[in-house]
Write a new protein. Sequence first.
Lengths: 516, 516, 516
Amino acid sequence: MYPCEPVSKTRFIEPSRVEAQPGAIAWNHQKLAAGWLAVKVKDARIVVKFDLASIRTSELQWIDLRLEETNVTAPSGDPKDKSLHRREFPSGEMGRWMHDFIRELYPICRSITGDGVRQTLGLLARRIPLQTHEVPTGTRAFDWTVPKEWNIRDAYVKDPSGERVIDFKKSNLHVLNYSVPVSARMPLSELRDHLFTLPDHPDWIPYKTSYYRENWGFCLSQNALAALPDSVYEVRIDSSLEDGHLTYGECFLPGRSADEVLLSCHVCHPSLCNDNLSGIALCAALAGSLAGSPLRYSYRFLFIPGTIGAIVWLARNEDHAKRIRHGLVVAGVGDPGPMSYKRSRRGDAEIDRAVVHVLGHRGAPYSVSDFSPYGYDERQYSSPGFDLPVGALSRTPHGRYEQYHTSADDLDFVTAEALAGSFTTYRSVLGVLERNVTYLNLNPKCEPQLGRRGLYRDLGGHAESKTSELAMLWVLNLSDGAHSLLDIAERSELPFEAIETAAGRLAEAGLLRECP
Amino acid sequence: MYPCEPVSKTRFIEPSRVEAQPGAIAWNHQKLAAGWLAVKVKDARIVVKFDLASIRTSELQWIDLRLEETNVTAPSGDPKDKSLHRREFPSGEMGRWMHDFIRELYPICRSITGDGVRQTLGLLARRIPLQTHEVPTGTRAFDWTVPKEWNIRDAYVKDPSGERVIDFKKSNLHVLNYSVPVSARMPLSELRDHLFTLPDHPDWIPYKTSYYRENWGFCLSQNALAALPDSVYEVRIDSSLEDGHLTYGECFLPGRSADEVLLSCHVCHPSLCNDNLSGIALCAALAGSLAGSPLRYSYRFLFIPGTIGAIVWLARNEDHAKRIRHGLVVAGVGDPGPMSYKRSRRGDAEIDRAVVHVLGHRGAPYSVSDFSPYGYDERQYSSPGFDLPVGALSRTPHGRYEQYHTSADDLDFVTAEALAGSFTTYRSVLGVLERNVTYLNLNPKCEPQLGRRGLYRDLGGHAESKTSELAMLWVLNLSDGAHSLLDIAERSELPFEAIETAAGRLAEAGLLRECP
Amino acid sequence: MYPCEPVSKTRFIEPSRVEAQPGAIAWNHQKLAAGWLAVKVKDARIVVKFDLASIRTSELQWIDLRLEETNVTAPSGDPKDKSLHRREFPSGEMGRWMHDFIRELYPICRSITGDGVRQTLGLLARRIPLQTHEVPTGTRAFDWTVPKEWNIRDAYVKDPSGERVIDFKKSNLHVLNYSVPVSARMPLSELRDHLFTLPDHPDWIPYKTSYYRENWGFCLSQNALAALPDSVYEVRIDSSLEDGHLTYGECFLPGRSADEVLLSCHVCHPSLCNDNLSGIALCAALAGSLAGSPLRYSYRFLFIPGTIGAIVWLARNEDHAKRIRHGLVVAGVGDPGPMSYKRSRRGDAEIDRAVVHVLGHRGAPYSVSDFSPYGYDERQYSSPGFDLPVGALSRTPHGRYEQYHTSADDLDFVTAEALAGSFTTYRSVLGVLERNVTYLNLNPKCEPQLGRRGLYRDLGGHAESKTSELAMLWVLNLSDGAHSLLDIAERSELPFEAIETAAGRLAEAGLLRECP
């Protein structure tokens, strides 16, 4: 039903799967024709062009491989191989990669429909497996209807001398998004009703929309407005609002289970970086890093216009949505603020607990807030008829930073470092979900003798147990079939990583067995 | 079983139900003979005598109508009309009305039986529909027996010169309540065993009782005692303790449901204003303001002597008590301290949640304490054989103010302003109970499109939602049949009022339906 | 199955059971031959030698009687007689008694097996009824096997002059516990691998063990090590590690119920006072004070080597362990730090609530921590296959004091005062368990009239209730068959003692009946 897109333009792969030969690289036994390679060799990170002769794959720690042409599908994965989820990605590289991608997406004028979204999805499809959907205007989706498609070519306000005093070409924020076509001359007094500014930030252009009531307008800085003489202006918006389609993209990565993890980002905002080019870039990085790895869950990334896109997707996938076991709405992940999490409507779903656990052990400030039905598309996923366990993991929450929905949400506002931190956090959360299994202690009466299995120090008398030993004791004590590893991590207040490592060692020693 | 008293002397009615004609006023199509009228006309509050010629009812916002003679029964109510509960009463007027009533009740010497209670109920019956009950001495009520009836005419201690050095006529607190008759001469040394003072407050007279062990005594200020020379005194208490009755009053206002809200106040204390003339006056004001309005619940106001009265009522209404769905003990509501609430034995009954919600959104300091079996008649209502959901909503809790059970609990200690604040708080609580229904979202999958119904602003891009919109989103999100409006108000941390208004607008738009 | 040991050397008995005659004392109609007697006569505490002529038994409040020879078994108890549990023990006496016992146990070199344990149990058996068990080397116990028995006679390191620079005779901590025999000459450089010190505390000798991997070594102070010249040393450990037995002791006090309270202390540490001679002495004092009293529960005191002892006991009593309704691990109860409690794995078992209640009303600082599977033998009792409700009640938790597992955990570190406080606390906890019954209010509808039963003051009007009256009201209110006395104490925040006294008075008045 959701076939994987066969063409992958970019892929993060593991060195262990790479067979390097002079002048070529093979992955999963398919020889890869050509490309460039970002590699980390021991401590140095370098980008090399194609000459693999001098690099031994054993020295590789990370590879970013751009394939010119290939036909690879994501492998269904080896259930025994969990190494991916433990791997440390070089977050610095990844942060720069995401920032570069944002830079490429920035100029495009997106809206809830139209070619801006298509262009954006096109750039995504060069990086991750992506299926694009086109839904015709007029299609019903629950209480909603897919609107007419909006496209825009140019827009300006000219003064009597013919100078563009407001110019869409300089910033697509200048146009009230979804403005109907206009071609008129009018005095400033009349034009003023169609001008929007931000008096509190006189240099910034606000971002405004009017999707569902036909209207037109311009957004500009307060200073620019103040500088306009009282004159007659030529006003022109060269847009179209016609029957067409709503476009969205979907990247599906199949796992061992048909149960899905949903990652959803909105793609409808024009030149705003944090909201939400950051979310698009992070989803691309996550999909790229997961593709080709053995996965427990199937992963579905949605690149959709806000509200109407989520509603359309849910309407078209009403039954399928039951498969969503965990989900996150990805937005506002590039600003330098601390991470913040808004719980799902259920409040204590596994995704809520996984995120809060990861944030709590990350060693950085963070905040957690309860669900509220205002925000991004968690509003739709959490509507009472679906009630999906979908939270929202951001940096500064939407609306809480001054740059929100203004021209100041630009390429400087989002940083490679913040993006990298978000990537690492999301990866850790997904790692918890992937590895949160329940074990049964096969020796439940008293502790097993760890010492004779080499799992416990020989010399007694110490005041404190080592974390690794403590983690083993916790896993043994709580692995009664009713506690998952995350349950154990929460109760022990130890990092999930430590608990999972301990469980792995105990399972290897035959002391635990995974519950079905 | 609980017929409504047909005679109502005072009634707060809604302007919409008033038909004004020059020189007369009609209510529910009954022409009202004569009276005076407190009206609020636009912003000014005025009290006028009877000349209605110059007032258009459309300008009236509130009417306090004293009827000379009428024969009105409380209407059974129109289920569609919820306007009463949203109405703002002019709390200043109401506060003064209550204080005036307290002033009228103050001089009466009440006890748990006797004519003082009858007089008090008589004054109440001039204001609200009231049924009076007389229960004979010796009647069994669970573990208790109705005691002999006590009445008192005079009491004094005279010095050798014949001067009354302690005089019941000056303050009825001077007599140990329920003192048996005494007529004797005795030296101060002997009399002293029967004298009670408050050394910490040398000017105040304490209030003492001896209901269940025959005794006599006088209460007086420490200073008065100190001034008594060592002499022989004439001691006289002209009281009677004889077979008679225990008297209590009941005001029943029928609603659409047979389920009841209980409001209970004790009427057994003599000249003490906060404890509990304030409770009597507040119950009268509440009953007056509810009478004649369409009501969801039936309301039962009990005006009873403390402890024995509650026990007698429960014994006579053992089965009927099951109908009590919510209840409050009304006492100590006139002092200037902040509101305080003592939870019901259950701790999280709807009444508890309603009170805590209202206090939390009132914008004034307040306190909430857990149930304890010491206090007023909640002790009886909460006994394990009944376990009724009855809390106690006061200002400063009993025993926590210095004036408690002393002559300093006088007309100055209670204020019209405090009484008015208590009235408003109680009204808000009852409003929550009346309007706390559960709705079902008829469009549960994704949000409905509020914008096209005029319920949501057209222009997008704002950082913050308006409270009214947020309230609608919360109602839609949680109206899955399992959450009442109070549940939604609690979770959203929005005022019940905002949630209920939002639900009303959504129901009008056909998006919600009330659950049965 | 667990017969009581017939010989009791020391016994705390109740004065009411003592018949005093000049020059002799009889208990339970058995004339006791000879002894000494600590008695409390009214307020004075005196120790007398045998001359009882001048003391009337009715004046005795407490007797510590050491019997020279007797043959008494613990009485099965009179269910009506609860006086024991209310009795105040003279904690000063008891504290000194425990400290004296610790002093006697201190020099013995204990380990998890061997004669040190046997000697220790021998000294215990002179004080309390004790059954000793010997379990052969090689016996399987779940995942474990009883190890070889270790005994040691001497150990030293001699310098070339023949002087013992490290000498087991001076402190048994000098030898790595469970060291295999050694007889060798070696240079310091080689010896150093077998020497353990505590650089942070250069004067202290650490305590180290190597039970399950054959090894040898010496522990010494950092200063002593620094003073050793670089020379060749004679190294000798005269120990044996051979097939033998693991030894443990059990004191069983039968009660009316077969349900048991477990008190478990480890007896495997050499000259360390707080860890755990304090636990041994406290268990002896508790067993002594309970023996001969009527008991609700049966009590089982275990004196076992840590870990392997608990595992062996559980393996031999796998089914029997189900009878354990409450339990405490007793260790580290003699240091001057505040009491600390580690909850059972269940977290809210009755033992957890009883301990927390007692600590909360004790008027001294304390701490409570959640269960963790690291610590003493609660690790085994709480393993998922048993999950017994066993907490750990200590003073400073193990490993949290500097002296832990060093020579500084000596006779000065533990004090009679701290031991006495621990004793009192444990007694209070056991008292709560013994007396935590559930009553039914026989008059559940409204309050009963306490006044006419003499349970309530006659004179009304007071601001505050007395605690005794409040306690009665709470008991009546919550005795609906669903609340035990501990439930009521918790909810009322009154001491258990007050609640239990109130329940006793109400039951006497026929107002309550004990639930079966």
